[in-house]
Design a binder for this molecule. Sequence first.
Ligand SMILES: Nc1ncnc2c1ncn2[C@@H]1O[C@H](COP(=O)(O)OP(=O)(O)OP(=O)(O)O)[C@@H](O)[C@H]1O
Length: 316
Amino acid sequence: MTQSFDAAMAAFAPPLPLAVAFSGGADSTALLLACARRWPGQVHAIHVHHGLQSAADGFVAQCEALCARLQVPLAVCRVDARHAAGQSPEDAARQSRYAALADAALQAWPQRPMACIALAQHADDQVETLLLALSRGAGVAGLAAMPARWQRLGLTWLRPLLQVEGAALRDWLVAQQQDWIEDPSNTDQRYTRNRIRAQLLPQLQAAFPQFRDTFARSSRHCAQAAELLQEVAQADLAAVGSPPAIAALQALSSARQANLLRHWLRSVHSTTPAAAQLEELLRQVAACTTRGHQIRIKLGCGFVVRTGALLGWYNP
Ligand SMILES: Nc1ncnc2c1ncn2[C@@H]1O[C@H](COP(=O)(O)OP(=O)(O)OP(=O)(O)O)[C@@H](O)[C@H]1O
């Protein structure tokens, strides 16, 4: 259920010391301010300078000013967030941001490495993430949206505000007379996420006022389903072998074959096949009933080939 900002903060019990990922935007300003008041001397802030827009230097100055006022130590890290071919600019920025946040949390204060990092995504961000996943045709792992807690890069990551509406966060900041940075790129309608926020969320609010709660429930169902699929894939891969034996693969249902192959390609070969490529591979596996049947299919960044009784992989 959605919560007030105060209720979410009251329920938040992170390991300390805590680093807040602080962009200077409304959400992380509210999180930083509330954490600094609640755990004085135990809260640090990390700001990532993406170098993507000319306004970024001004963002740093504003973050420094608020942290000085709150007496919160601030680490500013500069990252090169240019995206590689085939990668979305938002994804590239997110990945380099997470790596920089982890480095800073563990190394910026060597006498006192941080135990965890808190991020300020809220209930509207969660809905946007789900709708973005739907717009890409994602499977259950994508529809699971953002977890509230996970371990990665040697740290605990937390999202304590996932049940708070964006407007409630801003109302709280206004009541504290605390201003924040309005990042101009957040209203750029070239980004799908911004179109979802500006055009879809108001319509959803009018048509289904409970959409934040019900969508979040669907995401939790998907998170559970994704966990089960992962467990089944691991067990099936252990039984079928890595690389997979074709005859053993054929004995599974086609849904389990698809689940296993996706898992094998992702976990062993770091590649994600397009839906049509995976369908073609399943068709070829089913048709592979004679000694002479060849398989060679482009999948993600490489090829799946038949090598005797096994499926092989190579990346030219
Ligand atoms: N440049 C940054 N430096 C540090 N943390 C960041 C930065 N950008 C985003 N984050 C963290 O990731 C979360 C989600 O990022 P997102 O891009 O949705 O936020 P934002 O709109 O830039 O800022 P905010 O969420 O603070 O309003 C932020 O709430 C914040 O905790």
